[in-house]
Design a binder for this molecule. Sequence first.
Ligand code: ADP
Length: 257
Amino acid sequence: MFFYIFIVIIIILAFGLLFTLQSVNNELQFSKMKSNFMSTVSHEFKSPLTSIRQLAEMLVHSRVPSPEKRQKYYTTILQQSERLSHLIENILDFSKMEEGQKAFRFEKANIVSLVREVVGFFENHLADKGFKISLFVDGSIPEIVFDKEAMEQVMHNLLDNACKYSGDSKTVDVYISTKGNKVVISVKDFGIGIRKEDQDKIFSRFYRGGEELTQTVKGSGIGLTIVRQIVKAHFGKIYVESSPGKGSMFIILLRMN
Ligand code: ADP
């Protein structure tokens, strides 16, 4: 009898120990991801700020005689400050969502126009880097209820990733169609792709894919977390289809009513 009780106690202790070790391990991993996040975010802030300061200094001190060059510098300053705004929006949204305090302003509107605007923004900014970003609209898409700012953030984050992780390819295709009572928005790239074991994890906060290229591409690991939270708040779904070396397609399903 005592022997069996002893065995049961040993088993319970072993499970307890295992559980504690696992929790400690998870906590350690999480705090490592958090500190990575802090350093990458600081770095992401630093590089556009440095470039804005240097270019502004040159302009202020009239060290740029050629008008074409001046125009180019103004454009770069504008682009870098837009990049900073989006980064700040992402961080603010992320912390609001973490605290459950993100408020949405839902209204019935044209989702195609919104997607077209964001695609146009990326086309303008990345054309000189050789990117071709195309939008394909299949049939007529009805107006749906969504938060404009939030969906703009979703499209911005997905297109930003599609370009960041595009490897040698410079093509990104966006599709909008309907399926049953859903509007389907897909962002497809032909880049580095995502390993099967990472495909669920990439939506978790601070998670960055393990591929070597991912580590050389700047990022904070919160973009897709925000995307998933926003899509969820719209009672929608998001999933990814991807194969390493071939590319990825992020698919969003939104309710029509
Ligand atoms: P970040 O890009 O800042 O690292 P995200 O949350 O946007 O953070 O993405 C999480 C991870 O998912 C990325 O680090 C990357 O490994 C992977 N990922 C996201 N989008 C793509 C894509 N289009 N192609 C390949 N990998 C991607």
